[in-house]
Design a protein around this ligand. Sequence first.
Ligand code: UDP
Length: 482
Amino acid sequence: MKSKPPAAAPTLPDAARRGREIEELYQRFSSAGRRRLRWRRLLWGVSWAAWLELLAGLKRTVDLLAAILLLAAFSPLLLAAGLLARVSGGGLARAPRLGRWACEFALYSFRFGPGTTGRLAARLRLGRLPVLFNILRGDLSLVGPRAVSPQEAGEAELLAWKRYNVRPGLVCLWWIRSRANIAYSSEAEVDLEYMETHSLRGDMGIALRAVPAILFGAGMATAPDRIRVLGIRIDNLTMREALDFLLARVRDPHAPPAQVCFLNADCANIACRDAAYLDVLESASLTLADGIGLKIAGKILARDIRQNVNGTDLFPRLCEALETHGGGLYLLGARPGVAEAVAQWIHTKYPGVRVCGCQHGYFTPAEEPEVVRRVAASGAGVLLVAFGAPRQEKWIQRHLAETGVRVALGVGGLFDFYSGRIPRAPQWMREMGLEWLFRFWQEPGRMWRRYFQGNLLFVFRVVKERLGYPPGPARGESLREA
Ligand code: UDP
């Protein structure tokens, strides 16, 4: 006779499930259990409400303290501004705004007259000072969504209603991102993000980030669509406009294939010494401004960069759009296995996007024709090439027609970020324009020349251009290039 096999010992999930079943039975049939369950639910609800109230209370305390301190510090300026407003023929203005629970309140500011003193005071932004009284009164917080006017609220998108659950703020996340040139989403979307993630610590971080935003940031400028920095043509587009261009090209089978380049300070330095690369940038369909370096250059040259349109931020938006509009991706470049990891990331986040193929970027010249053939055979509409600048841009120019893709983009280290091989700078660092510092911290040996020496050289060249010297390779530069 065969002996029965011994029963397998319960595994951990089995044991947990059985424990839950016993607990449920106990609660269903025992009045004590039911009471306990009711109490537990009540306590849970009360503790949540108490926690929210505590958070709101703490936030209010911080707001009050900050308003009192700022009022004390700025009281002479406030008095002077009030007097100036009076003398110049202006006064205290009250603009209707919507506060917490959409209750209307008057936002205070000084209005200055049209004279020279009035104009000077307005330029120095002294008119905003009375807003501290709004914080004192509890109309406003230091940090929160922007206080909208009743007219704007009517036009606001549906998802924006949640913003009224908190007091509006003097500083909002969307404003900080706009000042850092990275406000790619709509204001309502950023407000929603704020509402879902806000905490006292997060608010403190936003308040701190407001300082560099005030000092160095600038709102989206009304600059021309095309500008030149160091003689390099830049398509001064927003993220949305760049995406629209890409999608139009992907969808239009009759349009010529497009090459898209991203230009950061390091690329601009390379273009100053590499004429072939400069030619590629010149003939590309789009050359987009990437990073804080270009923004600073735009400021110095009085040719404002409208948005920081870098490949790493564009990539998920492109995937999202391709999910709806179709058009597969080919991932070419980076170390073996990295492109495949990015394909996995795409599969998880954007399952509707077709990854037509992956290929690492360490192939020999002899293997090149086969690589091009494989891209062409894949039927991909969009090709991302990650070999680093300027190799990727030159490669795309040489092979764009043969690959048969609609659009090809040189994306540098993008695959390393999305594969998880190299972590990307946290959002707060990007909002402060410090992504480069994070990159330096990760690979100081490789990056110090690029970021310290290279950035210095870039600013030096831009200042020279500002002073009227012709752009291009700088003669007699004391700094050697990275
Ligand atoms: N790379 C490559 N083939 C090469 C040299 C580099 O595929 O022959 C890859 C490298 O693995 C990295 C990317 O190119 O993923 C370049 O990254 P880097 O950070 O230098 O680019 P950046 O974004 O700074 O232009």
